[in-house]
Design a protein around this ligand. Structure first.
Ligand SMILES: *[C@@H]1O[C@H](CO)[C@@H](O)[C@H](O)[C@H]1NC(C)=O
Ligand SMILES: *[C@@H]1O[C@H](CO)[C@@H](O)[C@H](O)[C@H]1NC(C)=O
Ligand SMILES: *[C@@H]1O[C@H](CO)[C@@H](O)[C@H](O)[C@H]1NC(C)=O
Ligand SMILES: *[C@@H]1O[C@H](CO)[C@@H](O)[C@H](O)[C@H]1NC(C)=O
Ligand SMILES: *[C@@H]1O[C@H](CO)[C@@H](O)[C@H](O)[C@H]1NC(C)=O
Ligand SMILES: *[C@@H]1O[C@H](CO)[C@@H](O)[C@H](O)[C@H]1NC(C)=O
Length: 759
């Protein structure tokens, strides 16, 4: 294994970078002169470089045969569908525990597979601050008699059918970044523990100070629940998965529980991180810079100060039952555990003792990187999946994605077997991230270390985290990539139904809606910190699927093989889809972004945001008028409407220009093509930097999040929010900040429009 200073490019990176920097200063005629000089240089040295390397190589030097996108995708599909190794890869990845930094054999395995399939592999390490579990206990006791009434085991059952659950190297139940502590206190049921749920408790006078909160999983990111609870004086927290979240596939409804059926195993537990996703992902002691050995470290921010434990619904049941008849029964707080009435409590006669001991250390983590150099070294596509898992298994999260990644790479290697001189037009970089589960550690540190290279070269980032946990395809993306996503979905069969494409499946189930990216996986640093168009794909748990045992020991090979994807056909379909996306993005001369779709999305976000501006802000007689804010607001909204309108118009023109370039390129003669390629290169440079125009100074209180259009919700943590700066100013009733955010958006749109005028 080798370490490299710039994992995105080959040895000639320095040269290419210089060329790229210089190019900005060239006008078109000089550009052309530069090209001719380069051509001369190339014919002498036969080095593919500069503006149009593949074309020159193929047409003028006639070194390689031309392979169309169709040839290439056919070769990809032939290799992919002639065999299926996804199951074998999945078995390998789920055979040893691989918590962040652990599983050295899996680092080696991934490295070896990358090399076997023709990638240049390397390992990129960081040293990150994190915790591993040492000890814990929980008991409920009677405060008068002191008698212990319930002592949960805090372990998931060992199942004879599922070898993953029996192995000795199982990881104890715990939370990432949970605080050590030993607290004894009364307890209160707080529904999901969302900001709204906790506000409800306070509003209705339920005691929170000095209590232990019991919350169910779901309804937002668990790390934020702890933060909100701390703010209200709670001293500890238990989190459990309620069968109410299992879309009706419950024992109560007659389904057998795992391993005998698709319902939740009652002993299952959801582990997971508690790091506040709000501040910045990555190592909490190195905000904004990479965690290299010996680097300066700050006091960790955004991690809990109260002890917490995950628990199963079977083991939390007696605790919740003991609250029946105590406190309030709040509408919307009810779950689905039989005999539990979901009262808030507290029960004055009972207390919990919650003990949690965590080992906080600085631990090395290992991203494995595999490169396939393309003709263009300054246009790179990064494809990532994380490898680390909360449990020994992790068949769904994340290693279904890891198996899919390897299958995709295997099939790309098949193109090279068939056409030995082929290489992709754009360079491909595949990354197996480490430390995702604790807080996107591997990808965020990488993004921070190589921000300059990524900003200069990366065209798009493709992510698959949980590749398969059910049969419903889920898509989320920057709207720049929506068209590529849907067009590629038409090329892949949906294995669960005969004669159905992924596209038809999407239309039928979700009306082919593509979600906005929030946070919760490794695309975050690329999109929200660096402004790289990104997408995330995977088969999620649909309404008739077996319950997904998220972050539980039962997210195992046996579960996947028995209840989700017995023949690994969903894995294969996802690999086929990923392959079409990668080749569609890498092999087309004109980068396949849809600028118009992007502009329209922003316009619609903007319109719906402006509709939510309160009347008091715009009413000329209101108190806001005194600060002249109302006047400024009217003026800015007027200016913005003009810019937004112009943006959509310019984007329409630009999209037409791109279509024209594509079309002309198909039909023109060799010499015309050559000239056209200069125009195409200019367009591609523009496209590569378009989304970055929406990077601003960062959101209030979380400046690491720089994207003006997309961020994760600050009270939810996972789901995507659009125009977060404007939205949050509205939520906070802060007209001054709203005006500032409008100016930031104005600035971005003006820059965006300027690029669209460059043809
Ligand atoms: C899984 O691990 C066991 C014990 O380390 C080993 O004997 C077995 O060969 C491994 N199986 C696979 C598929 O790697
Ligand atoms: C935790 O606190 C309880 C009550 O104060 C005490 O009995 C128990 O020994 C403590 N546990 C540990 C491991 O320190
Ligand atoms: C805590 O972790 C460090 C680093 O992995 C290890 O050396 C140490 O032994 C652990 N401490 C305990 C008490 O297990
Ligand atoms: C699938 O489509 C093919 C060709 O259109 C047709 O011959 C075949 O009967 C179809 N199969 C099913 C199961 O619908
Ligand atoms: C569409 O949905 C219906 C009802 O769920 C199902 O019966 C049908 O097979 C689906 N068709 C496709 C193409 O997904
Ligand atoms: C909008 O942004 C442009 C570019 O930064 C700037 O020149 C212009 O003054 C801004 N307009 C307003 C109203 O802020």
């Amino acid at each position: 294994m080798t370490a490299e200073t710039d994992p995105l490019v080959g040895q000639d990176s320095f040269q290419v970078r210089i060329v790229r920097r210089q190019r900005r200063h060239y006008d078109r005629s000089r550009c052309f002169r530069f090209l001719l000089i380069s051509l001369f240089g190339m014919s002498l040295l036969a080095i593919p470089a500069t503006l149009v390397p593949r074309y020159v190589h193929q047409k003028f030097l006639a070194v390689t045969k031309w392979h169309s996108l169709e040839d290439v995708t056919n070769a990809f599909q032939e290799t992919l569908f002639s065999e299926n190794h996804a199951g074998e890869f999945l078995r390998r990845y789920t055979n040893e525990s691989h918590l962040a930094g652990d599983g050295p054999e899996l680092v080696q395995f991934t490295f070896d597979k990358f090399e076997e399939y023709g990638l240049k592999a390397s390992v990129n390490d960081y040293e990150v601050y994190l915790n591993t579990p040492l000890d814990h206990s929980l008991k409920m006791f009677d405060t008068i008699t002191g008698q212990t009434l319930h002592k949960p085991m805090l372990e998931e059952d060992i199942l004879a059918e599922d070898p993953t659950s029996t192995h000795l190297d199982a990881i104890p139940v715990f939370h990432g970044y949970s605080a050590s502590g030993n607290v004894t206190a009364g307890f209160v049921y707080a529904n999901f523990g969302s900001k709204a749920d906790l506000a409800k408790l306070v509003e209705l006078g339920v005691e929170t100070k000095g209590k232990i909160a019991i919350v169910r999983n779901g309804g937002g990111y668990r790390g934020l629940k702890v933060k909100f609870a701390e703010d209200l004086g709670f001293v500890g927290m238990l989190m459990y998965p309620d069968p109410a979240q299992d879309h009706g596939i419950t024992e109560e409804n007659g389904y057998l529980a795992y391993p005998n059926g698709p319902a939740r195993n009652p002993s299952s537990v959801e582990r997971g991180s508690l790091k506040s996703s709000n501040l910045a992902p990555g190592d909490p002691t190195t905000p904004g810079y990479p965690s290299k050995p010996g680097c300066k470290r700050r006091e960790p921010k955004g991690i809990p100060t109260i002890p917490t434990l995950p628990i199963s619904y079977r083991e939390v049941k007696p605790i919740l039952e003991s609250l029946n008849g105590h406190g309030l029964k709040i509408p919307g707080f009810g779950g689905a555990i039989p005999d539990v009435e979901y009262f808030t409590g507290p029960n004055p006669n009972l207390q919990l003792n919650l003990y949690n001991l965590q080992n906080y250390t600085i631990k090395p983590i290992h991203n494995v990187i595999g490169k396939l150099d393309g003709w263009l070294q300054d246009e790179v596509i990064v494809i990532g999946n994380h490898r680390d898992s909360w449990i020994k298994g992790g068949a769904g999260d994340p290693n279904s994605g890891s198996a899919v990644l390897l299958e995709t790479i295997r099939a790309i290697a098949g193109i090279k077997s068939k056409y030995p001189n082929w290489k992709p037009l754009r360079s491909l970089v595949f990354i197996s991230w480490d430390g995702e589960e604790y807080g996107l550690l591997g990808s965020s540190e990488f993004g921070e270390e190589f921000s300059h290279e990524i900003s200069g070269k990366v065209v798009a980032y493709f992510n698959t985290d949980v590749g398969v946990s059910g049969s419903q395809l889920g898509l989320a993306a920057s709207p720049m990539l929506n068209e590529l996503l849907l067009e590629s979905a038409k090329l892949v069969d949906y294995p669960m139904l005969p004669n159905t494409t992924l596209y038809e499946h999407l239309i039928n189930t979700t009306n082919a809606e593509i979600e906005v990216l929030g946070s919760g996986s490794d695309f975050t640093v690329f999109l929200e910190h660096l402004g790289i168009p990104s997408l995330d794909i995977g088969f999620d748990s649909g309404k008739n699927d077996a319950v997904y045992h998220y972050h539980s020991n039962y997210d195992s090979y046996h579960w996947m093989h028995t209840f989700v994807d017995p023949n690994f056909e969903l894995h294969r379909a996802l690999a086929a889809y990923l392959g079409h996306l990668v080749l569609g993005m890498s092999e087309n001369e004109v980068i396949r972004f849809n600028v118009l779709e992007y502009a329209r999305a922003i316009a619609s976000y903007y319109e719906s945001t402006i509709k939510d501006v309160p009347l008091e802000w715009t009413n000329k007689n209101s108190e806001y008028k005194r600060g002249h804010h109302t006047h400024r607001l009217h003026k800015l909204i007027g200016i913005m409407s003009g810019h937004i309108h112009a943006m959509v118009g310019l984007s329409e023109g630009y999209q037409y220009h791109l279509a024209e370039l594509r079309e002309q390129y198909q039909t023109s003669t060799a010499f015309q093509k050559f000239k056209l390629l200069i125009k195409i290169k200019l367009a591609n440079e523009n496209l590569k930097h378009l989304e970055k125009q929406f990077l601003g100074p960062g959101l209030k209180d979380r400046p690491w999040f720089r994207h003006v259009v997309f961020a994760s919700g600050r009270y939810d943590g996972y789901s995507g929010q659009n125009l977060p700066g404007l939205r949050e100013s509205l939520e906070d009733d802060d007209i001054v900040r709203f005006l500032g955010e409008l100016e930031i958006l104005n600035h971005s749109i003006v820059k965006f429009n300027k690029l669209l005028k460059l043809r």
